[in-house]
Design a protein around this ligand. Structure first.
Ligand SMILES: *[C@@H]1O[C@H](CO)[C@@H](O)[C@H](O)[C@H]1NC(C)=O
Ligand SMILES: *[C@@H]1O[C@H](CO)[C@@H](O)[C@H](O)[C@H]1NC(C)=O
Ligand SMILES: *[C@@H]1O[C@H](CO)[C@@H](O)[C@H](O)[C@H]1NC(C)=O
Ligand SMILES: *[C@@H]1O[C@H](CO)[C@@H](O)[C@H](O)[C@H]1NC(C)=O
Ligand SMILES: *[C@@H]1O[C@H](CO)[C@@H](O)[C@H](O)[C@H]1NC(C)=O
Ligand SMILES: [Zn+2]
Length: 513
């Protein structure tokens, strides 16, 4: 009988598969070597753990595997769900509770008025004397504190200021009103996918929230206290140091007098220093002065000059410069190059911390911001969501050790990605790309501190293989890539190491979980 070539191949294949000795073993080894190689490449993969860390890791991975197995069974995996719905499930997770206890180092990507849960604004600040409210035609709210008649509102905003204590006094149900204020101050609602039909809609609401709380948080006594309480909230979440993008818009007093940027920066410095003095295991905070990317090149040139002056005057607290606002709607960095090149042409060192590549629109000039940011010598890349699509930029970021700041919940809520298993940082995590995890504006997203974003990064983006090494590397990265001086980094790292050892000990022994 003639064998067709196909049956010949089948026979040959069968012989290979069933041959137990000569081929199966080397293949097994090859496969093991591949798996090991990938394991070493992932973020933290090269760290060797102490015996105690190995024990802690086992405990942690048992919890993690169990939770993921359960999620597969139920078809309900928090990182693949919208955070507004996932939040409750995350709070039930044992892994999340470990992450809350974990000393996470620094939070390097945060914005001035997104760091403190909004309850205090409603329950304390709006109840203070002299607080006025006005209702805009598009049912946005504005606030102002004033001891005499407040200045006439901008006509495009609203027609009149109403004393809030008087307004509350006439309400049938104050609780209901206060709940509506809470809702005004975050993006959280039950049906985010339908309520926010696209990125433009949610960004408009996002910026409106800042427009609403502005009159509260720019009031001098509140400004100071907001920041102090924000530091407290992160400290309680086991964060040791913050870097804050701040716009330094004018802060005002009850009589209408306003303060300039220097005043605001000085106040940030004083509050952070006092907090660090009262909490010796806390390093403090530094400010990245940030202007809006919708402003044209001449305005940005002025801001860059201001940034240089502030850096000379406040070397301790002033870390550098950035541009904020919806990237897709603003100027590309390259369109602002004349302003952004000013420091270099004057031989002045103004570190940049550009938001870049926070977009889904591949190939646009906004998408190229990741390249521009690198050409402009950025120190870190805010989000860098688009970095994976730019192989050369990715290489430069890798070779120059310029990290991306990954903010998972922000990216999901602002609709860049819905299932966080598909976040582009997944491939960067698995190749050990320099990165830190941060939370952007946790209070606006209904999150708090840094732990929720660590959960999403660890469980969702990192997947099944991310372990204690991953977490340790991310925490160490946050100190390494901060703008702190060499000495301060060293001191912060030492404090962190003590906290870490204690955390590992507790985890290994299964106490306090
Ligand atoms: C707000 O909190 C402060 C303490 O930080 C307290 O002294 C003040 O009485 C509170 N104000 C209101 C109106 O609750
Ligand atoms: C006031 O509103 C709250 C929240 O909507 C509700 O729980 C409460 O029953 C209301 N109270 C009265 C007296 O209607
Ligand atoms: C904001 O508060 C106003 C006044 O209570 C309310 O009418 C409006 O529905 C609230 N907006 C949101 C988005 O919750
Ligand atoms: C970036 O750094 C390079 C090398 O240090 C320098 O030549 C260049 O002028 C810098 N460019 C800017 C925009 O700072
Ligand atoms: C990136 O760098 C690696 C070496 O580190 C090199 O092999 C590769 O060709 C580079 N890729 C690009 C697109 O530049
Ligand atoms: Zn941001």
């Amino acid at each position: 009988m003639l064998l067709t070539s196909q049956t010949k191949w089948s026979a040959l294949l069968l012989a290979i598969v069933v041959s137990p000795l000569c081929l199966a073993l080397p293949l097994d080894d090859d496969r093991k070597a591949l798996i090991m190689k990938e394991k070493m490449l992932q973020i933290g993969g090269e760290l060797s753990l102490t015996a105690q860390e190995e024990l802690a890791n086992k405990k942690l991975m048992t919890l993690k595997n169990e939770e993921i197995k359960q999620a597969m069974k139920k078809g309900q995996f928090p990182p693949s769900m919208h955070f507004f719905r996932a939040k409750k499930l995350i709070e039930e997770s044992k892994v999340f509770h470990v992450l809350k206890k974990m000393p996470k180092g620094a939070a390097l990507h945060l914005h001035d008025f997104g760091i403190l849960s909004v309850d205090w604004l409603v329950k304390n600040v709006t109840y203070r004397p002299h607080c006025h409210i006005c209702f805009t035609p598009l049912s946005n709210l504005k606030f102002i504190f004033a001891d005499r008649a407040p200045p006439t509102p901008k006509p495009e905003d609203c027609s009149e200021w109403i004393l809030l204590s008087k307004y509350r006094g006439e309400l049938q149900n104050v609780t209901e009103f206060d709940n509506s204020l809470l809702q005004n101050f975050t993006l959280v609602l039950d049906n985010p996918e339908t309520a926010y039909s696209d990125q433009a809609v949610i960004w408009a609401r996002f910026e409106n929230i800042f427009g609403s709380i502005e009159g509260l948080v720019h009031y001098a006594p509140v400004f100071r206290e907001y920041f102090a309480r924000g530091l407290e909230e992160f400290y309680e979440d086991n964060v040791q140091y913050l870097e804050l993008r701040a716009t330094l818009y004018p802060v005002y007093e009850l009589n209408g007098q306003t303060h300039d940027k220097e005043w605001s920066l000085k106040t940030y410095q004083e509050v952070a220093q006092k907090f660090a003095k009262d909490h010796p295991d806390f390093t403090g905070a530094r400010i990245i002065y940030s202007d809006h990317r919708m402003k044209d090149v001449s305005h940005i040139a002025e801001s860059v000059q201001t940034a240089m002056k502030l850096r000379v005057k406040f070397p301790e607290s002033m870390a550098g410069f950035d541009l904020v606002g919806q990237e897709d709607k603003g100027y590309p960095l390259w369109a602002l190059k004349e302003a952004l090149l000013l420091p270099a042409t004057q031989g002045f060192d103004l570190p940049y911390f550009f938001h870049a590549g926070e977009t889904d629109w591949q190939g646009t000039s906004i998408d190229e911001n990741v390249l521009d940011a690198l050409v402009l010598n950025t120190t870190r890349i805010g989000h860098g969501f688009a970095l994976g699509r730019h192989p050369v930029a990715k290489n430069i970021s890798w070779n120059r050790d310029i990290p991306i700041e990954v903010c998972p919940i922000s990216n999901q809520v602002l609709q860049l990605v819905s299932d966080l298993r598909n976040h582009p940082a997944a491939s960067l995590m698995s190749s050990g790309h320099p990165m830190v995890v941060s939370s952007d504006d946790p209070s606006i997203f209904g999150a708090k501190g840094l732990s929720y974003d660590f959960y999403e990064a660890f469980v969702g983006i990192g997947g099944m293989k991310a372990d204690l090494r991953t977490l340790k590397q991310l925490a160490m990265n946050s100190i390494k890539y901060s703008s702190l001086s060499v000495d301060k980094k060293k001191a912060t790292k030492e404090v962190w190491q003590k906290k870490w050892d204690k955390f590992v000990d507790d985890l290994a022994r299964g106490t306090k979980l």
